[in-house]
Design a protein around this ligand. Structure first.
Ligand SMILES: [Zn+2]
Length: 474
């Protein structure tokens, strides 16, 4: 009965854990590594055909993005996830495959010029199609039995629609253990999303620690806070550029901007808003009545009144690259929501190139920016950045609006772990930057927990919680 950390060990992305029990080997999540060195770390560190099944906590790429690679390399088992996660997975993974295919195409163009060998994409659209076939939709609070020794249950993690924490019940040779994987723990008061559900008992816990070292700013009215920045910027003739994850964050922002317009929280409420990300547009279309049954009571109330909580006048979803480019030559002050959320690719880089050097503009970050990304560079106060080979001065106002984050802050993480009535035998702290995970584990130890921040590839026995293999620093 072993647990191996194949990702998100002292880093934020690449979630992937393997469990061995009752004669089976299975994964919780199989995510992509994002940010610095991502290309070096994408290959699977185990044999894909050895895996019997996967439990997927949610559709963000850092949790699900290597599933098609798993399938490409021979995995043929089932992938269990909440129904909303299954609905969103196909769109998200297809987008990821087209990025992989595009990256390989560009690399091959370069390789041809330099006489290097051709590279294949990490996976293709066909691999995604095979992956989607393996998804098994599950419901919250409903036990799923794999064998006499393995059962699991999803609990709403309140992070994005369909996100779950997982309680896994293992039994082997007369030893019974319960291990809980937090998944990504949601932030309270997020638009659309329910608050996280809490869990009362476990022998072992694997928990995220993205914001384990800080708290989000609290406010009574997040729409008003956002409105103030938008108002200030538009009045001085600038654009508001919001780098946003296509799934979750974009829809949360649209919900807030509709509220801002309805309550007339800005001087000129008919300001134009553009969602300039084909993926975000496609995902937003999926937020229909069926998907919104996973939403919170306020969202359901709006839907009951016959309104779409994500729609309002002056909202445009741009599709073609030409439409996207035109935005940069359109002088009307506007809000542009674009991907990728960490600015490491996608159309957002063009918008930053055109707006960062204008002091009348504002850039609003509302999600975690991993080390090594352009988003992180800007948040860390860079005065100049390189985009598409050009040096761009940073004169626009940069805001870090973490209160809109889909992740719990330090207090939220503590609330989650303190909801266990008895302290688990061990808490494994993952999904945080090296020092953050360490610091959060240390803090948990001060509170009387037995917590560790495990290393990549470290193995622990779940029979007694002891370290079997120490793993490696990378
Ligand atoms: Zn997530």
């Amino acid at each position: 009965m072993n647990l191996t950390f194949y990702g998100a060990a002292r880093e934020v992305t690449g979630s992937c854990y393997s469990l061995e029990a009752d004669g089976k080997k299975f994964l919780v999540d199989c995510g992509l590594q994002q940010g610095q060195d991502e290309k070096d770390n994408q290959r699977l560190p185990f044999n894909a055909s050895d895996i019997d099944f996967v439990i997927l906590t949610h559709t963000h790429m850092d949790h699900s993005g290597r599933l098609p690679l798993l399938v490409k390399e021979g995995f043929r088992g089932k992938i269990y996830a909440i129904e909303a996660t299954c609905d969103l997975a196909s769109v998200m993974l297809k987008d990821s495959a087209s990025i992989q295919e595009m990256d390989a195409m560009w690399e091959n163009k370069k390789n041809k010029r330099t006489g290097k060998d051709k590279v294949a994409p990490l996976y293709s659209t066909a691999d995604v199609e095979d992956t989607v076939e393996l998804l098994v939709p599950c419901s919250y609070n409903n036990m799923n039995k794999i064998s006499d020794g393995i059962q699991f249950n999803f609990i709403d993690a309140g992070h994005i629609l369909g996100s779950g924490s997982v309680e896994i019940f293992l039994s082997e040779n007369g030893i019974n253990k319960k291990i809980v994987f937090s998944g990504d723990i949601g932030n309270l008061e997020q638009p659309i999303i329910k608050d996280p559900q809490y869990i009362k008992e476990a022998d072992f816990v694997v928990m995220e620690s993205t914001y384990g070292d800080r708290n989000h700013e609290k406010s009574d009215d997040y729409a008003l806070d956002l409105a103030k920045i938008i108002d200030r910027t538009l009045l001085r003739g600038g654009n508001v550029i919001i780098p946003s994850f296509a799934l979750g964050r974009t829809q949360g922002l649209l919900y807030l901007i509709r509220d801002i317009k309805e309550r007339k929280l800005v001087s000129v409420s008919n300001f134009p808003v553009y969602v300039d990300s084909p993926l975000a547009s496609e995902v937003t279309k999926l937020y229909d009545d069926d998907l919104m049954i996973y939403g919170d009571s306020q969202t359901k109330e709006i839907l009951k009144g016959g309104f779409n909580p994500l729609d309002f006048p002056d909202l445009t979803f741009t599709d073609s690259t030409d439409e996207s480019k035109e935005l940069n030559y359109n002088p009307v002050p506007k809000v542009i929501i674009s991907s990728s959320g960490m600015c490491d690719g996608g159309r957002i880089r063009h918008h930053l190139k055109f707006n960062l050097w204008k002091e009348e503009c504002s850039i609003i970050f509302s999600g975690f920016q991993a080390y090594g990304t352009l988003g992180r560079e800007l948040l860390d106060g860079a005065k100049e950045v390189t985009i598409y080979g050009e040096e761009i001065s940073v004169l626009a106002d940069i805001y870090n609006f973490t209160s809109l984050s889909a992740h719990a802050d330090r207090d939220g993480l503590l609330r989650w772990i303190n909801s266990f009535e008895e302290k688990p035998d061990k808490v494994f702290v993952t999904h945080g930057e090296d020092q953050v995970s360490d610091k959060f584990a240390e803090y948990l130890n001060e509170l009387g927990f037995l917590a560790v921040a495990p290393l990549y590839k470290s193995v622990y026995s779940l029979s007694n919680g002891e370290l079997v293999s120490p793993g490696v620093v990378r």
